[in-house]
Design a protein around this ligand. Structure first.
Ligand SMILES: [Zn+2]
Length: 399
């Protein structure tokens, strides 16, 4: 195969020298810890708070890059949309060497916006048959072919540098909850040591490294982990190991205990969260970035998010409903009736999941836009309150 001239991977390296990673806070909310900011990357400026659609296998399922860009096209403040790729999945198939050979992940999937790749830590512990974990590495068997693989912090960074994402996540030691305090401390301290090893192994100046705070549901361990990680030169900080089955108020409590120990001048990313109300509660506690499979996965299953509450399109009540999902939504799904969308799902047509995915992503991006506008206008608490009522939270958590 002939390699075309000027691959984008080289261009992005050049861009990095003039566009370093930088977080700038533009405004703070008066009543909460919410903040409106901009995070600069080689592939564009991310307006925060923001939601990152999940593109596990180098694709947001069923959605082309052009369609994905349409989900933020009517939002005047969005200059670049960031998506998430998955190190574990891409390293197993098609393999990071192949993606590097094809010009990197941006070129491979034809996405010119920012990309964040996770480290593989969560998938190793949740998807694979984990055989051993020690100070050196996690050893596991592939969920695809049973092949035995050793993943070290250094290898995780090497894979992510091959993929060429804008933001690489450090490899962390994820454990199932509930766990004993000793087990949580052991995994958390290992996660801090592994984060340092990731930083030491990193070589790409055009790739940011985000550390991951662990510590289960223990506020003291979380705070200590955040302080330990904050001493190192990471470009951003994530909060991991949440939204794994604990009640939402528990997650909010841990966020309140963690965020104050993270540097003000760096972005904060709450991993794998979540429902619209969870994102707004996270924003209220100082979180800037979110990712979740919920809008895409639920969309594929016929579940639409709306400001009036969720709609299950398979329900017979929508059989002859001429209304769109939402009257003022600019997405392609809302050019159709609920009756038509229901028909697509009942008939098993692939357009149904595609359209609902686009609607839900548009809805999530609209919520983030409303949050950004509300922080600037000093009305974020009202937006939060409205969504607490929508989510049926009759006893709102104190921020
Ligand atoms: Zn819509």
């Amino acid at each position: 195969m002939t390699e075309p001239a000027d691959p984008p991977a080289a261009a992005s390296t050049d861009a990095a020298s003039t566009a370093p990673f930088q977080y700038q806070c533009l405004a703070r909310d008066v009543g909460t810890d919410a903040r409106r900011g901009v995070f600069t990357t080689p592939h564009g400026d991310i307006q925060t708070p923001t939601f990152m659609p999940v593109g596990t296998q180098a694709t947001v399922k069923g959605v082309t890059g052009d369609l994905l860009r349409q989900t933020t096209a009517t939002l005047p403040d969005v200059t670049a949309q960031i998506i998430l790729g998955n190190t574990y999945h891409l390293a197993l198939r098609p393999g990071h060497e192949l993606i590097r050979q094809m010009g990197g992940l941006h070129r491979f999937m034809n996405w010119d916006g920012p990309i964040l790749t996770d480290s593989g830590g969560f998938q190793v512990f949740s998807l694979s048959a984990l055989t051993k974990i020690d100070e050196h590495a996690a050893v596991f068997r592939s969920h695809i072919d049973g092949r035995k693989i050793e993943l070290t912090p250094e290898h995780s960074i090497e894979i992510q540098e091959s993929l060429g994402s804008d933001i690489a996540m450090v490899l962390d030691h994820v454990i199932a909850l509930p766990a004993s305090t000793e087990a949580v401390i052991d995994a958390t301290e290992r996660s801090v040591r592994w984060a340092q090893r990731c930083l030491n192994a990193a070589s790409r100046p055009d790739q940011a490294r985000f550390a991951i705070v662990q510590g289960g549901l223990d506020e003291t361990i979380r705070a200590q982990c955040a302080r330990d990680l904050a001493q190192h030169a990471f470009e951003g900080f994530a909060i991991g190991g949440l939204s794994v089955g604990e009640p939402p108020p528990e997650m909010y409590r841990v966020l309140s205990a963690t965020c104050p120990h993270l540097p003000e001048e760096k972005p904060r990313y709450l991993m794998g969260v979540g429902r619209p109300i969870d994102m707004l509660e996270g924003i209220a506690r100082g979180v800037d970035l979110f990712d979740c499979v919920m809008p895409t996965r639920n969309g594929r299953n016929g579940f639409a998010f709306t400001d009036e509450g969720p709609l299950k399109l398979r329900n017979a009540v929508h059989r002859d409903d001429p209304r769109p999902l939402e009257a003022n939504c600019p997405c392609p799904a809302c050019r159709h009736s609920r009756a038509y969308l229901r028909h697509l799902f009942v008939a098993g047509e692939m357009l149904g999941p595609i359209l609902l995915t686009l609607h839900n992503l548009t809805y999530y991006q609209r919520i983030m836009h409303q949050a950004r506008q509300a922080i600037l206008a000093g009305t974020f608490s009202e937006l939060l309150q409205r969504h607490r009522q929508l989510a049926g939270a009759d006893k709102p958590e104190a921020v």
